[in-house]
Design a protein around this ligand. Structure first.
Ligand SMILES: [Zn+2]
Length: 72
């Protein structure tokens, strides 16, 4: 079952919801897990962005430069 990204209009929380494609096609809207509002919109975040942030390569390079600066 695919997951879809939604963004809450009340608190700007973004969250993933797993639902069938038929439910998605019907325009079914889940409730926000943060504030419980059903005033949510579909958010089409790119998978590439999610993958990059989970990779952590940017974080490790940041820590490395930080350690090098302290040593010198
Ligand atoms: Zn919300």
């Amino acid at each position: 079952m695919p997951t879809y990204d939604y963004r809450c209009q009340s608190c700007s929380q973004t969250f993933e919801v797993r639902m069938s494609m038929s439910e998605y096609a019907e325009g079914k809207k889940p409730a926000c897990p943060r504030c419980g509002s059903s005033d949510v919109d579909r958010a089409f975040t790119s998978f590439g962005v999610l993958t990059a942030s989970r990779g952590g390569s940017g974080g490790s390079s940041f820590g490395r430069s930080c350690g090098h600066g302290g040593f010198t």
